[in-house]
Every structure is written in structure tokens, then in C-alpha cells.
Design a protein around this ligand. Structure first.
Ligand SMILES: Cc1cc2nc3c(=O)[nH]c(=O)nc-3n(C[C@H](O)[C@H](O)[C@H](O)COP(=O)(O)O)c2cc1C
Length: 321
């Protein structure tokens, strides 16, 4: 499957594993890259030495291209240092999302890095086109983790109409060959998958969270600020997190103001720290496509299955008269 994305990145399959805060480390990034797609490391809220260590470890595990994902707003006070560190380390690919990604994008481009922007709304899309992103990931609302309010299908269609020669990569609601085939059929150059790669052996995360994704019917996710309010981190540009419902959301859904007051009464991050002791009270970021994820499998198998399913579907499609 050769697309503009595979040519740009020097990869075999047009699939990017999302940089996922907390769990996308060297093991999953290298497994995905070794399987011919693009693995990604996360960097959000990490000490810069840890970012460096993860990049070095990934380089030791694969000779293939991989990405480092950066989140460009003050999620933690060291966010600018993380950007400096990533630029110094010169990974093969950088993906940037959230806040105002353009200043970091310009720095990465000036340093000669292949730089992809993930966007959540039309203003972000137009800014990414204007800035000359190497590729643009359009992220729909059904995505797991933090995302905007646009639906994947209409947002991707709009991006394809506007972006000219810039490769468009679709994110949000894709976890198998059907999603990949659909994206390629509409003219996109590839896909990003997050939730599907969270439910893999390599992703560093609570087993109960992976099992909750497997158990999900796709209708039990919640797009709501309460998970962020509990951690004292409200995201910019109308971006909110989507997570699988759990004991925490059962307790606080619809009570954002009360939750805010409870958090304010505790020492900084005290509420979040107490909450983090119990996995069923931690945010289990995951998207609506959880409904088709039925097992935790190796990351390489996700790549192989997705590609072979998509190839079979696209062959059928090309046979339609
Ligand atoms: C557990 C999890 C953590 C995420 N963390 C990040 C992150 O740190 N940076 C980022 O740009 N996107 C993050 N995302 C969003 C992904 O980049 C991607 O857009 C999304 O997962 C695609 O939708 P899907 O989950 O339906 O595949 C995260 C997604 C998940 C599921």
C-alpha cells in the first residue's frame, strides 16, 4: 500500500500509532515501526531526560522511522523544555497537537525535521495548511483521549477538499481494516490509531483499563471535562477528553461544579493523587471504536491484521463496476 504518507515517512503501511500520554514508550513504538507502520513515543509531562532515554531506547530497538509526539500547551511547567529536547534529539518524525502548535512546528521545520500537525477544528486545519505541514492528522470527536468536537467523516472530507497536496491522515474511530480502507477510499493518505494500540501487550497501562476497552460496546465512553477537572488541568481550544466510563464517572458525571469545588478544597493535585490509587477512578482514555476491539494482542498483529483486511476490502471495491 503506497500512499503519499508512506512515501513521506519511508514506511511500508499507511498507519501511525498515536503518541499516547503515559503508555506509548519505546517497546510499542519499536514494535509498530518494525511491523512496517509508524510507531510513536509520547512526551507529555515527562522529565526531558526521560524523553531522551525513550528516544535512545527506541533507536536501539528499531532501525525504522518512528515519531515523537509533542503536546503544545502548558500541561506541565516544563512543556517548552520538552520541545527543546525533542528538537535536539532529531527523531525521524515529529507529531504536534493541541494548544497553539504553530510556533513549535516552525522550530521543528527550521531544524529540518519531518513534522506532522494533528488538528481538531477548521481554524487549526487552515493554520496547518498555511504553515505548510508535511502532513496533517484530522482528529474526530469519536477519538479516545483528548480531542475536539468535529466528527471524523465530515472533518476529514473538509480537510481533503482544502489541503491540496498535503497528505491527510485520519484519526478517530479507526481500529481495523474497514477504517483504513474507508480513509484511503476517500482520498486520505493514512490513518492514526490510538485506542486500538492501547489494547495491546506492549502499551504500558493497567490491565483493567485494557480489559475495559475489550469489554466496551462502544456506547459507554464519556466526552466530558470531569476527568480533567479532577486533575486540575483544563485543556485549551475546546478540547476535552474521551474516556471509558468507570466508577469515577459514575460518581461525578453531571456534577462538574461540585467536583471543581471538591478539588479546590484539597492541596494542589491532592484530589488527583488520592484518586489515582484506584484504577477504576483513573481516567481510562479510550474512543468509541472500543466497541470492535475484542482482545488484547501484540501491536505488530494490529498492523498486520489491519493491512490485510484493508487490502481485501479495497480489492473488492476496485472490482465494483
Ligand atoms: C490513551 C490515549 C492517550 C492519548 N494521548 C495523546 C497524546 O499524548 N498526544 C496526542 O497528540 N494525542 C493523544 N491521544 C489522541 C491520539 O493522538 C489519536 O488522535 C486518537 O487516539 C485517535 O482516535 P482513536 O482512539 O479512535 O484511534 C491519545 C489517545 C488515547 C486513546
Amino acid at each position: 500500500m503506497k500512499t503519499l504518507l508512506t512515501a513521506l515517512l519511508g514506511i511500508e503501511h499507511p498507519i501511525i500509532q498515536a503518541g499516547m500520554g503515559g503508555g506509548a514508550n519505546a517497546e510499542i513504538a519499536a514494535a509498530v515501526s518494525n511491523a512496517g507502520a509508524l510507531g510513536s513515543l509520547s512526551s507529555i509531562a515527562m522529565p526531558p531526560e526521560m524523553v531522551r532515554a525513550h528516544i535512545a531506547e527506541t533507536r536501539a530497538l528499531t532501525e525504522k522511522p518512528f515519531a515523537v509526539n509533542m503536546v503544545t500547551w502548558a500541561f506541565t511547567s516544563n512543556w517548552q523544555e520538552i520541545i527543546d529536547t525533542v528538537i535536539e534529539e532529531r527523531p525521524p518524525v515529529v507529531t504536534i497537537s493541541f494548544g497553539d502548535p504553530i510556533p513549535a512546528f516552525q522550530r521543528c521545520k527550521a531544524a529540518g525535521l519531518t513534522t506532522i500537525l494533528q488538528v481538531q477544528d477548521t481554524a487549526g486545519l487552515k493554520a496547518a495548511i498555511e504553515a505548510g505541514a508535511d502532513a496533517i492528522i484530522v482528529q474526530g470527536n469519536e477519538a479516545g483521549g483528548h480531542t475536539g468536537r468535529r466528527s471524523t467523516l465530515s472533518f476529514a472530507t473538509q480537510a481533503l477538499e482544502l489541503a491540496g497536496d498535503i497528505p491527510i491522515v485520519v484519526a478517530g474511530g479507526i481500529a481495523n481494516g474497514r477504517g483504513l480502507a474507508a480513509a484511503l477510499a476517500m482520498g486520505a493518505a493514512g490513518v492514526v490509531m490510538g485506542t486500538r494500540f492501547k489494547a495491546t501487550n506492549e502499551f504500558v497501562g493497567q490491565q483493567v483499563h485494557k480489559q475495559a476497552i475489550v469489554a466496551s460496546d462502544g456506547g459507554d465512553t464519556l466526552y466530558d471535562e470531569i476527568n480533567d477537572i479532577a486533575r486540575g488541568s483544563l485543556w485549551p481550544n475546546r478540547v476535552t477528553g474521551r474516556a471509558i466510563r468507570n466508577a469515577f464517572t459514575a460518581e461525578w458525571e453531571g456534577r462538574a461544579a461540585e467536583l471543581g469545588a471538591a478539588v479546590a478544597q484539597q492541596t494542589p493535585r491532592g484530589f488527583a493523587t488520592a484518586r489515582m490509587a484506584d484504577p477504576d477512578h483513573q481516567p481510562n482514555w479510550g474512543g468509541e471504536i472500543s466497541g470492535i476491539i475484542t482482545e488484547v494482542i501484540p501491536a505488530a498483529e494490529v498492523v498486520q491484521r489491519t493491512v490485510s483486511e484493508a487490502e481485501a476490502l479495497l480489492r473488492k471495491l476496485s472490482a465494483i463496476q
